[in-house]
Design a protein around this ligand. Structure first.
Ligand SMILES: Cc1cc2nc3c(=O)[nH]c(=O)nc-3n(C[C@H](O)[C@H](O)[C@H](O)COP(=O)(O)OP(=O)(O)OC[C@H]3O[C@@H](n4cnc5c(N)ncnc54)[C@H](O)[C@@H]3O)c2cc1C
Length: 485
């Protein structure tokens, strides 16, 4: 850390996966960089209170579930003893190791990591208030280019806000201070379902309420189907087309009143409530009004293909710059902005940004989806390979998955891939490569996949496209844009 950093070529505001990836690449390209964030080390939401802690807890949940389900093939474990303090310490240890590693990488690259909060004084200068944990005080930093990577925060429902430790957001839910007997998850999006899965595995009776008529609104229904069936088993209740209209704290919990298609007739009391109704971009960076940076209707900073804002010296990336709000999208945008600053001819134009829901089973997809094909009136062939025909899925006792490819019938190019099943999040990487490399279904079909693996389901889905899958006979489904199915 430096007190003298009065000017820099690139100032990156926010050290999440967008900001630190940008700062590290800028340093690798020989630029002078400052990276500003209130935390002791880089990491942002993703490492401190998002992707990493949630996946650590989901791993623990998976171990518990697999141990319970081993009874299916004749192995009975005794009931697990859960040491919550140890589990929490392990999860926090993972976060500390990773963020400490990033701090070290910043030092090795001579990135000037400034622990504090940045505000714009104008389109070339920042005022940085040093975080209390740092040295305190304020400093000015002149920059040639700034990258805003301030991320996002949990959305709230003002009419339902209740200031009580019983009402959690994703950040406090990850603290797992206790295992409540009952938990209501408000919101059937990925964060609510992932955290609901953790608490259910630890022994909480979890109920989920979702305003829309299905879990994971907007996600391919083919993929949500198998997950929905399993959720029925692990959650005590799933209320769809239903919303929470009132929450009141009582001595033993939070009394919740519901309205909608599956609303219970009487209010219900839950020991805890997790509100997971989406995230809001942190676009109210202090002093931003002193620049020409524009913020759109949904609160995202408006950027072009180069991630440049309306102010030529200022870029914006990651959650603050638009959907999808995902860590890997943030990193790639950050690297694009830096390359543009370095004078390279690049733009952020991915064909396939993968999305993964780390529930059990996992759901993952990339590229074109069926919904999008219908909306855009595009004809695609959908080749599905059910995991019931996969030897590997059977040996894992997880035959409920599906792998599907969306293929252009004329060029035979793979346009999109969707997978539901155990480990879908790892498998989707092959789909990303296929879509980005403009692979043909025959490329995927002819690439020899190792046996017995779940990756074979991708190859066999390509075989299904040609009506030649070894392990399944299934006619093709044609999505015909406006004409429907
Ligand atoms: C529970 C949960 C689970 C998630 N799981 C996944 C997952 O599995 N996979 C995935 O891809 N995504 C996941 N996400 C989303 C992911 O965390 C975000 O998409 C990602 O962190 C966005 O990165 P970012 O760089 O845009 O910003 P962030 O990670 O949000 O970081 C922004 C940083 O900027 C700092 N900052 C804000 N204002 C200022 C300022 N004025 N000055 C200095 N610093 C400032 C913030 O303190 C923060 O540290 C999850 C999110 C949550 C909440």
């Amino acid at each position: 850390m430096s007190d003298k950093a009065a000017s820099t070529q690139v100032a990156v505001i926010g050290a999440g996966p967008g900001g630190y990836a940008a700062a590290f690449l800028a340093a690798d390209l020989g630029l002078k960089v400052a990276l500003i964030d209130p935390e002791v080390n880089p990491g942002g939401v993703c490492l401190y209170r998002g992707c990493i802690p949630s996946k650590a807890l989901l791993h623990a949940a998976r171990v518990l579930t697999e141990a319970r389900e081993a009874a299916h093939f004749g192995i009975d474990f005794a009931a697990p003893k859960i040491d919550l303090d140890k589990l929490r310490a392990w999860k926090e240890g993972v976060v500390t190791k990773l963020t400490g590693g990033l701090g070290l990488l910043a030092k090795q690259r001579a990135v000037d990591y400034i622990r504090g909060e940045a505000a714009f004084l104008d389109a070339r200068t920042l005022a940085i208030k040093r975080a209390p944990g740092g040295q305190g005080g304020e400093e000015r930093l002149a920059f040639e280019h700034a990258i805003i990577a301030t991320g996002s925060r949990p959305a709230t429902i003002p009419s339902l806000s209740l200031s009580s430790p019983r009402v959690m957001d994703s950040t406090s839910a990850l603290d797992i201070t206790d295992v409540p007997k009952t938990l209501l998850v408000v919101g059937g999006g990925y964060i609510g379902l992932e955290l609901g899965t953790v608490y259910a595995a630890l022994g909480t009776r979890v109920a989920v309420v979702e305003m829309m008529d299905g879990l994971l609104p907007g996600v391919d229904r083919d993929l949500v189907g198998p997950l929905g069936k399993r959720m029925e088993k692990i959650f005590a209740a799933t209320m769809l087309s239903t919303k929470v209209v009132e929450m009141k704290e009582e001595k033993d919990g939070v009394r919740v009143r519901f309205e909608g298609a599956q609303a219970p007739a009487e209010p219900q009391v839950f020991e805890k409530v997790l509100v997971a109704v989406g995230r809001k971009p942190n676009s109210r960076v202090p002093g931003l009004e002193k620049t020409k940076v524009a913020v759109g209707e949904r609160g995202f900073i408006t950027v072009d293909l180069h991630r440049r804002t309306a102010e030529p010296s200022i870029y914006a990336i990651g959650d603050v710059a638009g959907e999808p709000m995902l860590a890997h999208k943030a990193s790639h945008e950050g690297r694009t902005a830096v390359e543009v600053i370095a004078g390279h001819k690049v733009a952020f134009e991915p064909q396939a940004i993968p999305a993964v829901v780390f529930t059990d089973p996992e759901i993952a997809w990339c590229g074109l989806t069926e919904e999008q094909a219908k909306r855009e009136n595009r004809t695609v062939r959908v080749a599905r390979f059910p995991w019931g025909a996969s030897g590997r899925a059977m040996t894992l006792d997880r035959p409920e998955g599906v792998t599907k490819l969306l293929v252009d019938p004329e060029s035979e190019r793979v346009l999109g891939v969707g997978i539901v099943g155990s480990g879908a999040g790892e498998l989707i990487a092959e789909g990303v490569l296929a879509v980005e490399m403009a692979a043909l279904a025959s490329d995927v079909k002819l690439s020899i996949h190792p046996h017995p693996t779940l990756s074979e389901t991708v190859m066999e889905a390509a075989e299904v496209f040609f009506g030649q899958s070894t392990h399944v006979y299934r006619p093709l489904k044609v999505v015909q844009g406006r004409a429907g199915l």
